[in-house]
Design a protein around this ligand. Structure first.
Ligand SMILES: [Fe+2]
Ligand SMILES: [Fe+2]
Ligand SMILES: [Fe+2]
Length: 401
């Protein structure tokens, strides 16, 4: 059924000229692109788990939205004029976003200025179009509006956002600079991620967690006693956060990569945060402990982050995540045999999500190695020679700068 019923007797509305329509979507494109880029940069240093989660969820949502917005621009005006570069007016706001100095300041600009501007523009856009000739735009806009409004509500619960005076009455009506592009700046290299202030970060992490938990094969130890399960899931929650943070920084630090790479990274960032959330609930409801009960450390994170993008993708996604699949399946079986159905279920879902995560490593690692599977295997062999029994690089490179 069309949106407007068959028996509606109203004439067609004049609506928007196609060029103006494409320009409006181009402005949304510019906002979403930079919000995603900077949210990825700031996600690791946002200390509060729940705020980090919201940021990751919105990165994923915005990446999916941007796919639809790009597609609509392409359908409306498939030539080099669109999306172009943002007008000086919008560019000034995007520059402001680029110069944020804390995750809270970033959140203020995104949720206090840019997303409200996006929402107002979409509302005006929906009013302006003819819903019969441009039902396609209407569907994209209606979904975008609903999701962006949800983002504002979620952000208000996580950060202290002050609504700002709008920088423009209609973001969608701003001109674009045709045939130009805008470069993205980068945050400085990350020293280490941030955790809730009640979490104790130490150089060695939780001393309770032994190597046997992270090796494959006969020697793999599956924690089944309450005390060891508490430590294990706490460590696992932190590992999920580190995984999300690595993916977010992969995206932020490599704006030159194809757009599908950023969508894949956004999906994995959200997946890993969802996994952390699963462990948070499991600890509280089944294991009798809570996030922050034990120490955590950033040794593994730093050993992977030290590598360039190829190294990170091959070592984290292509190796660590690939080997984790065997352990998740082993853990599931051992726990099922003992009647721990809910905990076993968790590992089955972690295993399912791990498949696309490993694929991200293979696909984008191969892409970076010139699309040559033989070069991928060669590089993988070289990198794996530098790993210890648990898959941690023994002597990670010293990053330049
Ligand atoms: Fe995960
Ligand atoms: Fe994983
Ligand atoms: Fe994963």
């Amino acid at each position: 059924m069309p949106i407007i019923p068959f028996d509606d007797a109203n004439p067609l509305k004049l609506g928007l000229p196609v060029d103006d329509n494409a320009t409006r979507f181009s402005n949304y494109f510019h906002v979403l692109r930079e919000v995603i880029h900077w949210s990825n940069g700031w996600l690791p240093v946002e200390p509060a788990f729940h705020a980090k989660y919201v940021l990751g969820e919105h990165i994923h949502d915005d990446a999916r939205a941007q796919v639809k917005v790009r597609r609509r621009i392409y359908e409306l005006r498939a030539n080099e004029d669109w999306p172009g570069a943002p007008s000086p007016e919008l560019a000034a706001q995007l520059d402001r976003l680029a110069s944020a100095t804390t995750p809270a300041e970033h959140a203020q600009i995104v949720y206090g200025q840019l997303k409200p501007a996006l929402i107002r523009a979409i509302e005006l856009h929906i009013d302006a179009i003819d819903p019969i000739t441009d039902e396609v735009s209407l569907l994209v806009l209606a979904q975008l509006l609903e999701r962006q409004a949800g983002h504002l509500a979620a952000a208000a619960e996580r950060w202290d956002i002050t609504p700002e005076e709008p920088f423009t009455t209609d973001l969608g009506a701003l001109d674009i600079i045709k045939r130009e592009t805008r470069d993205l700046q980068l945050l400085p290299r990350l020293d280490e991620p941030a955790r809730d202030d009640f979490v104790n970060v130490t150089p060695d992490g939780d001393p309770y967690l032994g190597e046997g938990l992270y090796v494959n094969g006969d020697e793999n130890h599956v924690p089944t006693e309450p005390e060891e399960m508490r430590h294990f899931f706490h460590g696992l929650m932190d590992a999920e956060l580190c995984a999300a943070e690595l993916m977010a920084r992969n995206s932020h630090e490599h704006p030159e990569m194809p757009w599908d790479f950023h969508v894949d990274m956004a999906r994995q960032t959200w997946d890993e945060l969802r996994h952390a959330r699963v462990h948070e609930v499991l600890m509280k409801t089944e294991l009798g402990c809570t996030w922050g009960d034990y120490e955590i450390g950033f040794d593994y994170f730093k050993s992977i982050y030290a590598f360039d993008l190829v190294g990170r993708l091959l070592l984290f996604n292509g190796t660590s995540e690939q080997k984790a699949m065997w352990r998740h399946s082993h853990r599931r079986q051992v726990l099922l045999d003992l009647g721990h159905h809910n905990v076993a279920k968790v590992f089955d879902y972690l295993l399912a999500d791990e498949v696309p995560h490993v694929h991200n490593g293979v696909r984008w690692g191969t892409h970076l190695l010139g699309g040559d599977p033989a070069a991928y295997r060669e590089k993988m062999k070289e990198l794996r020679e530098g790993l210890d029994r648990t898959g941690q690089p023994v002597s990670p490179p010293t990053p330049a700068g």
